[in-house]
Design a binder for this molecule. Structure first.
Ligand code: PNW
Length: 484
């Protein structure tokens, strides 16, 4: 059966779209040109150089602010159907607010969008990929409820300015990474270590900000621009370490994927019921009078529920979950464990990783994650907005990356042909090597290598770029699936 499956079904459905992604802070550089405002990443890297490997920063990065035409040429050489990039909020609105619009910022993104369209490449645009204006952080950032209105103003401006040419929008990239790394563990910008409320306030306000942007699109732009808008979640697939841990694994999925999906994609809206109950009990046990997970009003539930045109997700890795042993340090959610769930996330020793040690490779997680989403939220159109593998050092010959892409795409095909999932696109992270947050430049995800010792930041094709290009051109993978 498996062999037959492979022979007949290794093709992607007609119209399936392939692309690659980057994000503003990770590639643009030009952190202080013209009237650009300061972002929380500018502030974070300049004031905490020790937080980043080798004290590196994104001041220049791949200098895509100047090299944008090369990025378009690369995307075109690969044959990408779309290029996913993000807008820098403080480059467009230097004060963070709508009173002050940068001509220079607007021109930059106009050139990029028009250049892509000239080559027949669709722009897929993320509004927020982590570079918040510092001015808004000074008011509490994602813990301040009013940020939803500042974000809505920004989204309105962006739809109005670029929406005549952009058809696919992602409001926020990986809310869980922002909330848990930025406000809980404090490992990334804005570097706030506040494990009681930080992540939950951020969680709620990101959902509201997203929903307000979605409703603005609906009300003012959809009828003329005919685009689609969604929210890009980071999904960690979690499996039980032992059969006894099955319930814990389900709670773990609700605590990660669920908190950022149920309010938007479920029929009822609001927090996942299991997490709402759990956090209520847990908070009371800790001596709080109300849940640390903030409530939604009825209006908020309605605002957020259904604010999507498709389900977008980034997926890289998987963990096994087990209860913490007495006195064991769980670390911070997510990736290491959860003090709330009293659980620890571990790896299977057979799972390899790339240069980024947290990104354990387990391709089956992709198919299982999609199956879980369909069980929870129904048969939505799914769009993989990131998936990628990292290498280190100078390396143009990258068989590991090729194998990674192929193995994950096989699982996407199994989801489509065996399970009947409506996955309509796949995005490789990343088009070019870039500033990999706290890992700096040493961890390289690019289909193209960038020479960071060269002031012109020369881009050179890796073998994986040729492989990906063949997949796109033929619309199939050479398949060696042995079991379904
Ligand atoms: C994503 N995980 O972050 C981001 O969207 C990119 O900016 C980043 O460069 C890329 O992945 C590679 O790291 C992630 O722990 C952070 O599963 C953490 C995880 C996944 C993605």
């Amino acid at each position: 059966v498996s062999a037959v499956w492979c022979k007949n079904s290794r093709e992607f459905p007609p119209g399936f779209i392939f692309g690659a992604a980057t994000a503003s802070y990770q590639v643009e550089g030009a952190w202080n040109v013209s009237d650009k405002g300061e972002s929380i990443w500018d502030r974070f890297v300049h004031t905490n150089p020790d937080a980043i490997k080798n004290g590196e920063n994104g001041d220049v990065a791949a200098d895509s602010y100047h090299n944008w035409q090369q990025d378009i040429d690369i995307a075109s050489d690969i044959g990408l159907h779309f290029y996913r990039f993000s807008l820098s909020w403080p480059r467009l609105l230097p004060s963070g607010f709508i009173n002050n619009k940068s001509e220079d910022g607007k021109n930059y993104y106009n050139k990029l969008i028009d250049g892509l369209l000239a080559k027949g490449i669709e722009p897929v645009v993320t509004l927020y990929h982590w570079d918040l204006p510092q001015s808004i952080q000074d008011l509490g950032g994602w813990t301040n409820p009013l940020i939803a209105d500042y974000f809505a103003d920004y989204a309105d401006y962006v739809f109005n300015t670029f929406g005549d040419r952009v058809r696919t929008w992602l409001t926020i990239n990986e809310a869980i990474s922002v909330c848990d790394f930025g406000y809980n563990s404090g490992l990334t910008a804005p570097g706030i270590k506040e494990p009681i409320y930080g992540t939950y306030l951020c969680n709620k306000h990101m959902l509201i900000a997203h929903a307000k942007a979605y409703r603005i699109y609906d009300r003012y732009y959809r009828s003329t621009q005919h685009g689609k808008v969604s929210f890009a979640n980071n999904l960690l697939w979690i499996e039980p370490l032992t059969p006894a841990d099955e319930e814990l694994a389900e709670l773990g999925l609700q605590h990660s994927a669920g908190r950022y999906s149920h309010p938007i994609y479920s029929k009822k809206g609001g927090w996942p019921p299991s997490i709402e109950r759990f956090m209520e009990d847990y908070s009371r046990k800790q001596g709080f009078n109300i849940s640390r997970l903030p409530r939604f009003t009825k209006e908020e539930i309605k605002l957020i529920r259904g604010s999507y045109d498709f389900y977008a997700f980034n997926h890289y890795t998987t963990r096994l979950i087990r209860p913490a042993q007495p006195g064991e340090d769980t670390g911070f959610w997510f990736l290491t464990g959860s003090p709330e769930l009293n659980a620890v996330l571990v790896s299977d020793p057979s799972w390899p990783s790339g240069a980024s040690e947290m990104m354990l490779v387990y391709p089956k997680g992709m198919r299982r994650m999609i199956a879980w989403l369909r069980k929870e939220y129904g048969d939505l159109p799914f769009f993989t907005t990131e998936n990628g593998y990292s290498t280190s050092g100078h390396k143009l010959n990258d068989p590991d990356r090729i194998k990674f892409i192929k193995d994950y795409l096989e699982q996407v095909l199994l989801s489509i042909w065996e399970d009947g999932a409506k996955v309509f696109g796949y995005t490789y992270w990343s088009l070019i090597d870039n500033f990999e947050w706290t890992d700096g430049y040493g961890v390289k995800f690019g289909l193209y290598e960038v020479d960071y010792n060269d002031t012109s930041r020369t881009r050179t094709q890796r073998e994986s770029a040729r492989y990906f290009s063949d997949v796109i051109r033929t619309n199939l993978i050479d398949c060696d699936v042995t079991e379904t």
